[in-house]
Design a protein around this ligand. Structure first.
Ligand SMILES: NC(=O)c1ccc[n+]([C@@H]2O[C@H](COP(=O)([O-])OP(=O)(O)OC[C@H]3O[C@@H](n4cnc5c(N)ncnc54)[C@H](OP(=O)(O)O)[C@@H]3O)[C@@H](O)[C@H]2O)c1
Length: 316
């Protein structure tokens, strides 16, 4: 293990980082080992990662000194922020800045920054097709991540900017699965009209990130977009119906209706779906399936993801 390059992985007990830790530790000949970063090294999830052979180290991304310690001696780092814990783009921006500074201070050779587009480059605040949120954002959980890209560049950190996609796992964990109407008929609601939504099995994000680390310098300074498939809501509903063994109707929810739903962040997500809808060509084009598969030959299609996960999608 001493001669292996250490990848320090933020969010290691979560979806993106967890996939990366598992990908690294599964590949015993790959030349890398994972340092799993967590606030709580004693948690069950952290212990599971330790059982795979990962080094587990405490970190709090709100504590810049703990980030520096966590990156010490590492070859690279996977950096991700956790919007849905606090709903604050400013906090994401600040944390990303601390990550970039820690990476610079520790001389990391390769950082992957899990980012998303700053949608304001496509939809300026003056564009009233969608409301401005939190005073200066269109899609808060996208915009600050994109705004933070430059922090890594300015710090001189060798960085790959990883544009991720909608996790199909949101159907399990985010309440986005099919719902039954009063007659018991299943419907799958998505505000995407007839446009394609790039989606991915969350586990595949870490596997693609691992492929980027394995590629050495090839992707440093580049933006890499990943997805498992680009599917319309109707195609997703059909696939869900096949997997569930009963018909699922696609319900193309209007953006304004979605924005008005009664859950935290509905307005942010409504704007996000409208951005993906209105800029379908760009958004899908920026997430090459071929590149994703070359980085991660095990990349799952939606059907393959459903085959493994359909029983975990809550019946509502
Ligand atoms: N859902 C989607 O479709 C989607 C798509 C693209 C991008 N994203 C983005 O993905 C990001 C979240 O990544 P994820 O889904 O991998 O996260 P996740 O599964 O929710 O896990 C996040 C992990 O981060 C750790 N964490 C939280 N706060 C921390 C802190 N202050 N210091 C250190 N660690 C902390 C937690 O670990 P411990 O409790 O062990 O510390 C937690 O297990 C969000 O910013 C979201 O915008 C989501």
């Amino acid at each position: 293990m001493a001669d292996k390059n250490i990848i320090a992985v933020l969010g290691a007990t979560g979806a993106q980082g967890g996939g990366l830790v598992r990908a690294i530790m599964e590949d015993s000949e790959g030349g890398f080992t994972a340092r799993a970063l967590t606030r709580n090294p004693d948690s069950e999830k952290a212990r599971e990662l330790a059982a795979l052979g990962a080094e587990v180290v405490a970190v709090d991304v709100d504590d810049p000194e703990s980030l520096k310690k966590a990156f010490d001696g590492a070859y690279g780092a996977f950096c991700v922020t956790f919007f849905w814990e606090h709903f604050s783009p400013e906090k994401e921006l600040q944390q990303a800045g601390w990550m970039a500074e820690a990476a610079r201070a520790k001389g990391l050779k390769h950082v992957i920054w899990s980012t998303l587009e700053d949608t304001r480059s496509w939809v300026p605040l003056s564009d009233d097709r969608m409301p401005t949120l939190q005073g200066k954002y269109k899609v808060p959980h996208f915009d600050a991540k994109g705004e933070a890209n430059v922090l890594f560049t300015e710090a001189g950190v060798p960085t790959t900017f990883l544009n991720t996609s909608f996790y199909w796992d949101n159907l399990i964990h985010f309440g986005m699965g099919p719902r039954a109407d009063e007659s018991g008929n299943l419907g799958f609601a998505l505000p995407m009209g007839d446009k394609k939504l790039p989606g991915i099995a969350a586990e595949d994000i870490g596997r693609c990130a691992y492929g980027i680390f394995q590629s050495g310098d090839e992707y440093i300074g580049q933006t890499v977009g990943i997805a498992g498939e680009h599917l319309t809501g109707a195609e997703m509903a059909d696939a869900l119906g096949e997997a569930l063994g009963e018909p699922v109707a696609y319900i193309p929810v209007p953006f304004d209706v979605y924005r008005g739903l009664d859950f935290p962040g509905a307005d942010d997500l409504g704007n996000m779906f409208q951005f993906k809808h209105d800029f379908e060509d760009y958004f899908c084009g920026a997430r090459s399936l071929a590149t994703s598969r070359s980085l991660n030959p095990r990349l799952k299609t939606f059907d393959a993801w459903l085959a493994e996960n359909v029983d975990r999608i809550p019946r509502q």
